[in-house]
Write a new protein. Structure first.
Length: 128
């Protein structure tokens, strides 16, 4: 499954898949995996892209705003970022990014995130 996701990410990042084709591949072909709770074990390679089926939740530890720490809860970050509502499920793109110098916590969409200093692993979320 991971190899197929890597191929999809390859074509997606190069703009060679329309949003419609990407959604069809991920949703209807079931290539997207159910999202893990957090990104432990998945943040070692900056630039790695994953497609996960995530359900929005209002609770759970989240550090950062728009760029989150490895151990932040995916479902809560998705609600915080405005990509999902609580209880809503969708396939989202998770990209491993270079870590910022520090993570700023904020309150958005009913989810409060925390500040954190230096942390070596980070990711971002985006809609497909």
């Amino acid at each position: 499954m991971r190899v197929v996701q890597e191929l999809v990410a390859y074509f997606d990042t190069r703009g060679q898949l329309s949003k419609r084709r990407l959604r069809t591949l991920l949703d209807k072909s079931r290539i997207a995996a159910d999202g893990p709770t957090n990104m432990h074990g998945l943040c070692e390679t900056v630039g790695a892209t994953f497609y996960f089926r995530i359900t929005g939740v209002a609770e759970g530890q989240v550090w950062g705003t728009d760029t989150y720490t490895r151990d932040s809860i995916l479902g809560a970050a998705a609600v915080h970022s405005g990509l999902l509502k609580v209880g809503e499920t969708a396939v989202l793109r998770v990209k491993v990014v270079p870590p910022p110098d520090s993570y700023l916590g904020t309150t958005r969409n009913g989810v409060t995130t925390s500040d954190y200093g230096t942390f070596p692993h980070a990711w971002t979320l985006s809609a497909i």
